[in-house]
Design a protein around this ligand. Structure first.
Ligand code: PAF
Length: 288
């Protein structure tokens, strides 16, 4: 695996691969890698000749300094995991090189895609995400980039950004990977206290329950969402939001249908977890 610590180094490597006619897949990450990230790399491996992974904890997408400071990192473990999926190049960079002192150009998403869900509660989070993802797309110059469905709104915004700004890259969303007991994998899970880890299953359980209720004929979003809030709060969490939205426009839905996605964000202690499920799909884990 090549380690590229500067834009120039990475660009030279990519240019050489492109001269050989190789197809390049890209998985952007913030490190603290887990099986969810590795599944994206395996998907990239299926379709591409070379895989580039970036590890960069992007400060501009954190709206709280304590959240940025607490973000887990374990670079050695990350590098070992990358070798297990035969990653070809790892790109890391420091903040000064990514955001020079006089940095002054941002990509700012607007409209219904950012109006709800995490866009409501996380301030300038998506401005930070779209700006860094644009920069990474420009630096790497890959043919295709792979993202996880767990960050549903993030992918919808990036997909729209690629279309709106004519960025020459394909983007793909890959299924959420879960622990055997249903918890969606996230780098933040390792920050959960053990009692909260157990209780956080309420999120996946309530999404599974919502899917079954919808299939049994309940189409009224407000009734399903209210019951989900109740169940997640009973598990001791502070609900940030639970919303039913259209899977493409992310506009709120009052009447649920197959195109609806239910998305959740909730705090267990200080740890904010997100998860979602598209109602047309079976929930992948069954609960007793
Ligand atoms: O999903 C993430 O890990 C981050 O938001 C991303 C896409 C790497 C941008 O920093």
């Amino acid at each position: 695996m090549e380690l590229c610590r500067s834009k120039t180094e990475l660009r030279q490597l990519i240019a050489a691969w492109k001269r050989e006619g190789l197809r390049i897949g890209f998985v952007p990450t913030m490190g603290a890698l887990h099986e969810g990230h590795l599944s994206l790399m395996r998907a990239a491996r299926q379709e591409c000749d070379r895989i580039v992974v970036s590890i960069y904890v992007n400060p501009t997408q954190f709206d709280r300094k304590d959240d940025l400071d607490a973000y887990p990192h374990d670079p050695e473990r990350d590098r070992d995991l990358l070798k297990t999926v035969s990653c070809d190049a790892l790109f890391t960079i420091n903040n000064e090189d990514m955001y020079p002192d006089d940095f002054s150009t941002w990509v700012i998403p607007e409209g219904s895609l950012v109006g709800g869900l995490c866009g409501k509660s996380r301030g300038s989070h998506f401005k930070g995400v779209t700006t860094i993802v644009t920069k990474l797309f420009n630096i790497v110059g890959a043919h295709k980039a792979f993202f996880g469905q767990k960050d549903y709104q993030q992918f919808a915004i990036i997909q729209r950004m690629v279309r709106d700004l004519d960025i020459p890259i394909e983007v793909a969303s890959c299924p959420t990977v879960r622990e055997a007991d249903g918890l969606a994998l996230s780098s933040r899970n390792q920050l959960l206290e053990s009692t909260h880890r157990e209780r956080s299953l309420a999120i996946a359980k309530s999404l599974a329950w919502a899917t079954l209720s919808f299939r049994a004929g309940q189409k009224k979003a407000s009734l399903i969402l209210a019951e989900m809030v109740k169940r997640i709060e009973e598990a001791g969490a502070k609900v940030d939001y639970i919303e039913a939205v259209d899977c493409e426009s992310l506009a709120p839905k009052e009447t649920l249908d197959d195109q609806s996605v239910i998305a959740v964000a909730a705090f267990f202690g200080a740890v904010r977890l997100i998860d979602n499920h598209i109602l047309k799909d079976d929930f992948p884990v069954q609960f007793p």
